[in-house]
Design a protein around this ligand. Structure first.
Ligand SMILES: [Zn+2]
Length: 484
């Protein structure tokens, strides 16, 4: 099975070949933790979670090291801490916890590591020292700046020339800069702000050096995949490459000595006015998960190809909910069918290559979703309970159906959906008290029907309707769900 990815730096789709298949490394820029995550910030999390799941399937769970950092040093964090009169840790630990819980609700697996800036200060200072030693950075007035003229490939990722950048630069330039495009690696802290010791005086790092230093310290160079949102290409990732390449001893000026594949997801777009009318202020993941199950939001985020813009609407969310209701409904109807479990030797066969083909081709999630619907329809067809089976057919049909069910769940698993019990899905949002009450009513209704007491059965159904419960009668008895 061959994985192909669109590489931003190479500007084409290329075969993915990890440097070491026993240790595949991926880094995605994480949040600056001072407020709630916007739905646009959840798109890279979900997109790269699908890639993480796919890599784990291809190379083994233990072989993939995924790092998503927490930026816990930043001007905005300082401002918020000062406004609330608390230490920055109070702000950052609160919002890091909320962020992780919100992303978990979207079925995003926990990354292998979550490096934090405050815990990597030595690595950051060491990388800045290496840049100065290698002639790519200079200290001036308590600042340390990266000298962009010293790195000829500067601009390669974002496809900009240094001359164009200088021509477009604003007039006001800090006097200690040699070149207007030189960017900060270290700067002095203002009075009252958190500060860390360094050879250039007490201060704090710039944003870009945080990522490249945490990558070198936690993953080692070069990493296989570096990902993030499209808006990070310039200047953040451009600067990361410059630092990561130039800090290496005896560096070859090869961009690939920092990260071997660069991936970026497209924007999430929305009609702000329309959204505020239809969704209120529900543009924060934290609020959205109160209104929609996390899986619905996740499927909506995967409904467009990751490189394309995604238009975020309430209709998209409603549509995604309907799709999951249908797919979980298929699983519920065929709950009794045992899922085929392949032996290790049987896994990763040709059939699986076809099953995962859409995802292997640059994470084509819309096409993978279509495949999931095909498999669901297949399952319905193969195990139609209304078809009377001969003794022979009874042996053949479940085997074919159990294979299809296995493939369905495998593909859904890589997409990170449809992994919960279908009954739990339909009962989502009901607390234990309500569930117990509904189960008791269904039992009473069953008794009433058995006794042909239709008036009582109707009365119970009305009571269920009043509880906002929809009863689904099926061959295996009645199940229920809360109406949306
Ligand atoms: Zn970053």
């Amino acid at each position: 099975m061959k994985l192909r990815l669109s590489d931003t730096l190479k500007r084409q789709k290329v075969d993915f070949v990890p440097k070491n298949p026993q240790r595949v490394t991926m880094y995605v820029c994480g949040p600056t933790v001072y407020n709630y995550a916007h739905i646009g910030n959840a798109r890279p999390v979900v997109v790269f979670d699908v890639l993480f799941r796919l890599l784990r399937h291809l190379y083994g769970e233990e072989a993939v090291i995924y790092a998503r950092n927490i930026t816990d040093v930043d001007d905005k964090i300082n401002q918020k801490a000062m406004a609330e009169g608390v230490d920055i840790n109070v702000i950052t630990s609160k919002f890091a916890d909320i962020y992780n819980a919100d992303m978990r609700a979207l079925n995003a697996l926990e990354p292998t590591i979550q490096p934090r800036v405050t815990q990597n200060m030595n690595a950051i200072v060491a990388q800045i020292e290496a840049l100065i030693r290698n002639g790519h950075a200079y200290a001036a007035e308590g600042h340390v700046l990266f000298d962009v003229e010293s790195y000829k490939a500067y601009g390669a990722l974002s496809n900009r020339s240094l001359d164009d950048m200088i021509a477009g630069a604003r007039v006001e330039v800090a006097p200690y800069k040699k070149n207007p495009q030189d960017f900060v690696l270290w700067k002095p802290s203002k009075p009252g702000e958190p500060k860390w010791p360094s050879p250039w005086g007490e201060g704090r790092p710039g944003w870009h050096i945080e990522c490249s230093a945490m990558i070198e310290a936690n993953l080692g160079l070069p990493i296989d995949i570096h990902g993030g949102g499209h808006d990070l290409i310039f200047p953040h990732h451009e600067n990361e490459i410059a630092q990561g390449v130039c800090a290496q001893h005896g560096h070859s000026h090869q961009e690939e000595s920092y990260a071997r594949y660069w991936m970026h997801n497209g924007f999430l777009t929305m009609d702000a006015e329309k959204m505020s009318k239809s969704l209120g202020n529900v543009l924060l993941v934290h609020d959205l998960i109160k209104e929609f199950p996390g899986e619905v939001i996740r499927l909506a985020l995967l409904s467009a190809h990751y490189r394309a813009p995604l238009n975020w609407t309430r209709e998209l969310l409603e549509q995604s909910r309907k799709e999951l209701d249908y797919l979980y409904g298929v699983l519920l109807r065929h709950k009794a069918i045992e899922t085929w479990v392949p032996s290790e030797r049987q896994a990763c066969n040709e059939r699986e290559g076809a099953l995962l083909g859409a995802l292997l081709d640059d994470l084509n999630t819309p096409s993978a979703k279509a495949k999931l619907f095909d498999l669901a329809n297949n399952l319905e067809h193969l195990s139609n309970p209304n078809v009377e089976r001969t003794e022979d057919a009874a042996e053949v049909a479940p085997t074919a159906a159990s294979l299809v069910k296995h493939e369905f769940l495998l593909l859904a698993g890589v997409l990170g959906i449809l992994q919960q019990d279908p009954e739990a899905w339909f009962k989502g949002g009901a607390d234990d008290d309500l569930s117990a009450k509904v189960e008791a009513l269904l039992e009473a209704r069953k008794t009433a029907r058995a006794e042909k007491n239709w008036a009582e059965a109707d009365r119970i159904r009305n009571e269920l309707t009043a509880l906002n419960v929809e009863v689904m009668d099926g061959p295996a008895g009645a199940t229920w769900k809360l109406k949306a």
